[in-house]
Design a protein around this ligand. Sequence first.
Ligand code: C5P
Length: 199
Amino acid sequence: MIFTVAIDGPAAAGKGTIGRAVAERFGFAHLDTGLLYRAVGARALAGDDPAAAAADLTADDLARPDLRTAAVAEAASRAAALPAVRAALLDFQRRFARREGGAVLDGRDIGTVICPDAQVKLYVTASAEIRAARRHAELAATGIALAQVLDDVRARDARDAGRSDAPMRPADDALLLDTTDLSIDEAVARALAAVGQAM
Ligand code: C5P
């Protein structure tokens, strides 16, 4: 069975949690596509050409412990604006989406560019303030200030939505899920219901 669930939206809106829950419930494989861009960003910070890094990403690149840092997120978002980087990562994502047994991909352009034919498309958002607060809690150990996290979130949103190649935006046929005032359990329940209905 080929069945693809595309989940897009800005940083820290809940895409990852929802994607993992959908994958677990329906037995689908799950790909956090942000991790691909983060691995490219980490390589770029180390001095590599981003397009060359995207073309030869290794399992080691994807297993680096520093991929969740604010510096790598920023570098990922810069690299993600380069068409050559996006082109190099396209095939891998499309093949993953067509895995036998079903797949969930979360990112920024899954429903619009990577899998325009996905059976289910979700666009998960929340206010910048609530997303920054959630991300701040995750990064607490690093000692970063909330105001800094909010600035970073806003800068990344603007860059991701403003780039000309595959900008972050909801697909016309995406179900919008605003998690600003939803508990994570409610958001997951709505996503599971949407997928269940489409199966
Ligand atoms: O989702 P995450 O915050 O890990 O993504 C890091 C960065 O990778 C995003 O800010 C965005 O610039 C880029 N990205 C993208 N397209 C995707 C997934 C992530 O451009 N499908």
